[in-house]
Design a protein around this ligand. Structure first.
Ligand SMILES: [Fe+2]
Length: 333
């Protein structure tokens, strides 16, 4: 038994003011005012996907993992308890706050609060994005993916793989240890990376339209929020850039993420990456940035190239033939 998707996140913030601008204007989220100290954001038909609490901290304070129904949530709670994990039932008031029917809570070995919930509340009104975007790729894929950095990554990997039963997508040890997990066809809904702190690293939101991601890139540059420049990941083939949230972690704004078949997927060690090209991590010290640049330059020299991942409605197939391209494709297959 395992969750089926990343359902919601509870974010801690110093104040709501920065989020009230960053959420709609940068990301395209719909702002929903709740209380003087709480703001929610919609990104689809759900009543909320992000809940921002002005509690003075800067982190993700709860990770909401979605279960199929009440029976699945209870079975998951029993599975955790039999593995020695303490599970507490969420109160009626907390379920209302989270806009879900019911939930239970637990901690992972890093002390992160996880909430397992079922049957989220759907809004009566259509999603109204904060900037002019076609929308986010959510539904059965969940809200996106979230990545946590950990000082002691091995117990964390063991917990998510063996106790939470997340499916391993792939992993690598260079340039740092990382492990990627799936719950549905999204290549990864969750990942762990080794670092010198226990903290959320980033949250990824995926746009339907390539250009909506690009328009966000323009907005980010104008606002000087860029944390990682435009690039393409080697794991999920996502084209993306990262911005700093007002809560000290990053949001990856992405397009074109790969889907897998969880039934037949075989996990493996990834030999390239984290990026195919781009993704200059602006916060890193110069020697680390040079290391990363050398990696992507090597990918270029080796001719690392992948097809783009498209969904129905966001591409046109070009007519005509090109002998040179046809020959390239014939060699690649
Ligand atoms: Fe990511």
């Amino acid at each position: 038994m395992r969750p089926q998707a990343l359902g919601y996140l509870v974010v801690s913030a110093k104040n709501l003011e920065d989020w009230s601008i960053y959420g709609p204007d940068q990301l395209g989220l719909q702002r929903v005012d709740r209380t003087a100290s709480t703001m929610a954001f919609r990104m689809d038909d759900r009543k909320q996907r992000l809940i921002v609490n002005a509690d003075g901290n800067t982190t993700i304070s709860a990770y909401g993992w979605e279960m199929a129904d009440a029976a699945a949530m209870d079975a998951m709670a029993a599975q955790l308890e039999s593995a020695g994990v303490r599970v507490t039932r969420g109160s009626r008031a907390l379920a209302d706050e989270r806009c879900v029917t019911d939930l239970v809570a637990l901690s992972d070995p890093g002390g992160n609060r996880l909430e397992l919930f079922h049957t989220p509340h759907v809004a009566n009104e259509a999603f109204a994005p904060g900037r002019n975007i076609a929308g986010f790729r959510t539904g059965p894929l969940g809200l996106g993916h979230v990545v946590i950095q950990s000082r002691d990554i091995n117990p964390m990997i063991a917990f998510y793989r063996d106790v939470m039963k997340f499916g391993v997508s792939d992993f690598y040890d260079k340039p740092f240890t990382a492990c990627f997990f799936h719950l549905n066809p999204r290549h990864h809904s969750f990942a762990l990376i080794q670092n010198d702190k226990d903290q959320v690293h980033h949250l990824m939101m995926e746009y339907f339209a390539f250009d909506d991601m690009g328009h966000g890139w323009d907005i980010a540059q104008a606002s000087e929020r860029v944390a990682v420049t435009m690039g393409r990941h080697a794991g999920d083939d996502m084209t993306s850039f990262y911005t700093w949230t007002p809560s000290g972690f990053m949001v990856e704004s992405g397009w074109g993420g790969k889907c897998i078949d969880p039934e037949t997927w075989t996990p493996g060690e990834r030999s390239v990456g984290p990026s195919i090209w781009g993704h200059d991590r602006l916060w890193m010290p110069p020697e680390k940035r040079k290391e990363a640049r050398d990696l992507v330059l090597r990918n270029g020299a080796n001719g690392l190239r992948r097809p783009v991942q498209v969904i129905e409605g966001n591409y046109n197939l070009m007519p005509g033939v090109c002998p040179w391209w046809d020959e390239t494709m014939r060699k690649a297959t």
